[in-house]
Write a protein that binds this ligand. Structure first.
Ligand SMILES: Nc1ncnc2c1ncn2[C@@H]1O[C@H](COP(=O)(O)OP(=O)(O)OP(=O)(O)O)[C@@H](O)[C@H]1O
Length: 528
């Protein structure tokens, strides 16, 4: 079990190195403790008073597989999200320390896929297994770049890009991003398509420590709704699972960044320092004000760090001497995060339509029972429907007395349904209003797969290579079909975009409007 019920779970993941700083870093056999030893009078000493530190975490993930990382950190959070608990898994650390590798992993290699693709796979496997429940899953993918919000899925058909209008709102039922597209997702492959589409749209740049450095914070959110198929129950549960890949902190001197990359680094460092301030405040139980609104990142994560959420932090570190100061700073942040308390709770709702129907049935049943009772008392068997108005009024009076205490609730519900059902339902519902509208119209929101007419064939030899590889991998790992199909689609789009948008080196796919393409799609895309 990874997530504890009363506090943020914190894991440290190391980026393996041939230059392991064995004099400075010590992993204890309990696989939970890291000791840092630094000589007092070297330039590396961060605090002259102290040269040895011991950091105790929920787990130290050193030289372990992606699968092990997932099992330790996210698996339980995902399972609980399917039960109606909000969850957050977040990677934090120095630039190049392995956050994106941990969170997304290698998009071209199934075995090295990270937490997000594994979570998406687990969600859809579980929803198939839990046949007594009907699940609905939506996905959104937000990017925060230089304090500006971007919709990483705005390039999808019908997503209706509204980047400039996006704002974070807190309506008392939780934080949401107004204007962010949310996509109904029916299976693992559709979900992976959304992930890969968004990843392609992320802003990356090269610097001395990472040639593919993410220059933004990204939050992939999975919204889950679950209703019972067996019980005629008005209750249903919802949850929000946030999978967060933060941009990396960087010492400007070390990364040698300049120009645009330097400007980005300044935004990144500033927002991470606001995140740290919010964490310090959350961890201090005497504080009643938490400075969430200082940055877009902290505001967007307001209900995902503490509160009723199962929260897991993965702190990514280097294990090289040259990065020891940043490693120490990451471990300190992780320790603060560990002090943040959470109170996970199921997000249970009552469906007003079902509730009223149920109450109406109960009232009718009760009325019939009372009518029979009344008729027997008068020694005449008259059915409720055949009674006089006075008899019915009398029975209604008895019903109201019988229902004393619950009558108000029933009347209130009926009133809500008849007068304000539409707005009440929308406000209390998990999904933003515009998305509900789109879903209701069956028009503007569809599963996030690219339509086939957008698919441009790969160069023939590459396509053949992929299909051969695909067959080989499938025979050894049948679970990988969705992953490789989604990867294939992204590759095709990349080829297309490379040809179409050479002039947009920063945002790789850019917001290019794709013309109708009549090429026949490769057979592999038709296999699912
Ligand atoms: N545990 C690991 N095993 C193998 N390779 C790793 C591991 N962690 C990181 N890497 C490799 O190190 C490089 C940098 O990793 P990554 O891009 O994930 O860092 P990051 O923390 O996301 O950086 P940034 O903040 O700059 O985006 C990548 O090439 C990645 O494949």
């Amino acid at each position: 079990m990874s997530a504890r019920s009363n506090g943020v779970s914190v894991f440290v993941r190391t980026r393996p190195s041939v230059n392991f700083a064995q004099d400075l870093i010590e992993y204890l056999p309990d696989q939970k403790t890291i000791n840092i030893h630094m000589k007092k009078d070297t330039r590396n000493v961060v605090n002259n008073q102290q040269s040895d530190w011991a950091f105790k975490m929920d787990g130290v993930l050193h030289n372990v597989s992606q699968s092990h990382v997932y099992d330790m950190t996210a698996k339980n959070v995902v399972l609980r999200a399917l039960d109606g608990y909000n969850g957050t898994v977040m990677c934090y650390g120095q630039t190049g320390a392995g956050k994106t590798y941990t969170m997304t992993g290698a998009t071209e290699n199934y075995k090295q896929r990270g937490i997000i693709p594994r979570a998406l796979q687990q969600i859809f496997r579980e929803t198939e297994e839990r046949s007594e429940q009907a699940f609905t899953v939506w996905i959104s993918f937000l990017e925060i770049y230089n304090e500006t919000l971007f919709d990483l899925l705005s390039t999808l058909p019908d997503a209706d890009s509204r980047d400039s209008q996006m704002t974070i709102v807190d309506d008392g039922n939780g934080v949401r991003v107004k204007g962010l597209s949310v996509h109904l997702t029916n299976n693992e492959e559709e979900a992976l398509n959304l992930l890969f589409e968004g990843e392609t749209n992320r802003i990356i740049a090269s610097h001395a420590l990472n040639k593919n450095s993410s220059r933004s914070h990204c939050i992939l959110t999975v919204y889950i709704e679950s209703r019972s198929r067996t019980l005629s129950n008005a209750k249903y549960v919802t949850s929000k699972l946030n999978l967060v890949d933060l941009a990396g902190s960087e010492r400007l001197g070390k990364t040698g960044s300049e120009g645009q990359v330097l400007r980005e680094a300044m935004y990144i460092n500033k927002s991470l320092s606001f995140l740290e301030q919010a964490i310090i405040a959350l961890a201090d139980h005497r504080r009643d004000h938490i400075p969430f609104r200082q940055s877009k990142l902290t505001y967007a994560l307001k209900d995902s760090l503490g509160g009723n959420c199962n929260t897991v932090l993965v702190a990514n570190i280097y294990e090289e001497a040259a990065q020891i100061e940043e490693t120490l700073s990451t471990l300190r942040f992780a320790t603060r995060m560990k002090c943040v308390q959470t109170e996970p709770a199921v997000n249970e709702h009552i469906d007003p339509v079902l509730q009223v129907k149920k109450l109406e049935m109960e009232i009718r049943q009760l009325k019939n029972e009372l009518a029979i009772h009344d008729s027997l008392a008068n020694r005449s068997l008259v059915s409720y429907d055949a009674m006089s108005d006075t008899q019915i009024a009398d029975i209604n009076f008895q019903v109201h007395r019988y229902l004393e205490g619950t009558t108000d609730e029933i009347e209130c519900l009926l009133l809500v349904v008849s007068v304000e059902f539409e707005s009440w339902y929308n406000e209390s519902y998990l999904i933003p209003e515009e998305v509900q509208n789109a879903l209701r119209d069956r028009g503007s929101i569809r599963p996030g797969m690219m339509p086939l007419n957008r698919v441009l064939a790969l160069e023939e030899d590459e396509q053949e290579r992929f299909e051969r590889l695909h067959q080989e991998l499938l025979s050894s790992s049948p679970g990988s079909i969705s992953f490789y199909n989604a990867h294939m689609r992204t590759q095709q789009r990349k080829h297309y975009f490379r040809a179409m948008s050479q002039a947009q080196p920063q945002r790789k796919t850019a917001r290019v409007i794709i013309p109708q393409v009549k090429n026949k799609p490769p057979s592999i895309l038709l296999s699912s």
